[in-house]
Design a protein around this ligand. Sequence first.
Ligand code: NAD
Length: 260
Amino acid sequence: TTGALNGKVAVVTGAGSGIGKASAIRFAKEGAKVAVLELTADTAEETKREIEGAGGEALVLECDVSDPKAVESAIGEVGEKWGRIDVVFANAGINGAAAPIETMEVEDWNKTLETNLRGTFVTVKYSIPYLKKQGGSIIITSSVNGNRIFSGTGFAAYSSSKAGQTAFSKMAALELARYKIRVNSICPGAIDTNIGKNTFPSDDLKEIEIPVEYPEGSHPLEDRPGKPEEVAKLVLFLASDESSHVSGTDIFVDGAESLL
Ligand code: NAD
């Protein structure tokens, strides 16, 4: 390890799987103490085991980011245990329901927005009192979806939440600059994670389907989706002082996929 995060405390939401897990482990390998926030304690415990196996330190906190009170109390516990927070990775997210707008249930829309967009807002909100003491870095997992591409009809809620997360990160970057808190969003393309298991397409999606013809080699860089560890490298850069002059931007990590 290069110790890029030595002495720092990091909070990662959705750290039990995929991009969050890879980033939590990478942070720990770089010297950070890592708070692993997850819906389910069992996957979070596995992340903790891997962090400890690599010689790092982790704290598991069962926390549903769509519950503002749960987020407030989890972040409070991190502050209480380790006395500071330097890095916040607001990453937890779901694809949620995919349905035509005409038949999309308001509850389903709310669930996606409350997890992805409001979850990001409250994660950032309750971290500010700690981050502003010494400055820090906030990274928000948005997506190519809602920013450069709008893949697949039916994803109105998801795309809106992701575009909202990028807009939110820019507002936060402006507002928090006075405290030396940097804020950036990342926009992954297709990454090999478990997110597909939490996608619920409705039966009537077929009716609004627009056939998208992907050109040959739809991953220009390599003919495969990205790996969580490849996203974690970007997250580490944004979390560390290597990106000391980078704030208010959205960085794509998609092997040029979204340019096609
Ligand atoms: P993943 O499903 O492997 O991991 C997401 C984790 O977040 C899961 O462990 C899940 O339990 C957790 N989570 C879900 N809802 C939560 C809640 N309410 N509170 C706390 N934790 C919750 O998926 P991933 O691909 O690693 O997703 C991480 C982020 O990346 C998401 O915001 C997603 O939208 C974004 N993203 C993923 C891709 C992709 O292709 N995988 C592309 C672009 C953006």
